[in-house]
Structure formats: C-alpha cells, structure tokens
Design a protein around this ligand. Sequence first.
Ligand code: PXL
Length: 279
Amino acid sequence: MKQQKRVLAIHDISCVGKCSLTVALPIISASGAECSILPTSVLSTHTGGFENYTFRDLTDEIVPITDHWKSLHLAVDAIYTGYLGSFRQIELMKGIFRDFRQEDGLVCVDPVMGDNGSLYALFDEEFAKGMATLCGEADLIMPNLTEASYMTGLPYRASGYDEDYILSMIEALHGLGAKKVVLTGVSFDETKLGAAASEDGKVTYLMNDLIDGYYHGTGDVFGSALVGALVNGKTLAKATEIAVSYTVACIRRTKEAATEARYGVCFEQELPAFIEMLK
Ligand code: PXL
C-alpha cells in the first residue's frame, strides 16, 4: 500500500464563489492526497465581481498554527500557496517553506494577484515585487500571463503574440529562481488556450479548446489539479495536460449549465473524470 501524500494548501477561504480553499480541498482530496489547510483570510465571497464583501485577515493566526504543527513534527509532501491575505504573509510563507520543506518534497507557488492585464482588488505593484521573491523560493510556480508580467517587468500582451514572447516570459520567470514553471493563459490563436510547462530547458505546450467567456476561479481549479497530479507522480508536462483538460471540462459544463460566471465553475461533477485521468 502506497503511503498517502499530504499537501498543505495555503489560500484564503472565500465562503461563496468557488475558488481558493473551497476548490483546493475537494480537488486535492479527490486526487487521493490528504489536503491540510492554512487559511490566509476569510471573505464572504471572492473579490472578483462582487461588491461589499467582508474580509478578515488571518495573518496573526499563521505563526501560532504552524508552531503547533512544529510541536507535532508534522511532515508535508507538498506545499501549495495561492491567494495571500497581506503583504506580511509573503515573509511568513518563506518561513513555512524553511520549516516544512522535505528533501524530496515540492513547494508550489501560485502567485495569485491578477488577471486580464490588471491586479485584483487589494493588491498593488509592491505586493507583486514581494510575490516575485516568494516565487524565487519555490520549486514550481504557475503564474498566468498577467502575474508573470507584473513579476518580471515584461509587457503584458492579451493576444497577438508569438512563441518568442512566451519563451522570453518563461526565461524571465525561471530567472526569479524556480526550476519548474507552468505559465497559464497561453493562446496563439482564437481557438486554443492552454499552458506552457517548462523544466530542464524544455518547454511543452498543453493546449485545449478555448471556450468563450471569463469564468472565475479557474486558476485555482487548474492549480489544484496540477498539484494533485504531481503528488500522484505525474511528470510536469503530463500533470499540466491533466490540469488543462480538467479545467476545460469544468468550464464546458458551466457554460452548458449557464450559471453566473462569478459563482465559479461546476468542478464537482467533473471530479470522477479527473480521478480517471490520474489512473
Ligand atoms: O481565484 C483567485 C482569487 C482567490 N481568492 C480571492 C479572490 C480571487 C480572485 O479574484 O478574490 C479572495
């Protein structure tokens, strides 16, 4: 019997809207790994498309929680960080990496900060610079093009770019310090969208159908599936392919259900298909 892997997922809890921990927990659990969590903040909804949401910063809880875990000698096989609740949390994450990283473990940073060329509410350029330093301490980073551009200083292009643009972005992202890079939101024509997975000097494009419209929380669905596939022993390229396929299936289902995009994607009914892809 293979030992069960433990992933520590560090994101906010957006109570409604299907992103962050409310997708990381079920997706990573479905992959067969245990998903321990560290909530960075609690919000009534996510900040994309809702107004008057509540926000409770949990920065002051992080050290007491992780001190307790240290007293338990808790071991984690992978750490997966996403939406952080304050600038101070960037340094706290570095401390968690130091304290909980295993020799053969995996530290994954999704530098959740923005999309479509701009930063989300509550983030600024200073935060992006801090996030770039956190990416430097990760084994794997998975920014979208917007986040990549804010962290590298290279211009953001929404469309009409060629492979050279993507390759220069990937090179600059490796320059931050991570050996593995998965750049999301890559599209060379109007029919295909996907991700570029890069390690050991090799870039693989994992493209799938582009479905019109903007669906909230898909970055977290993708990232959780990617981490789940990686802790199941898949290669970076294979894990990225699985994460792209699963995310597209979730978007397709949501489009068919015609639910409001700000409420997130119907990822639940595609979990059996995700589990199948991991076999
Ligand atoms: O899915 C990214 C995300 C996560 N958490 C919160 C957000 C967003 C994007 O807007 O607002 C709170």
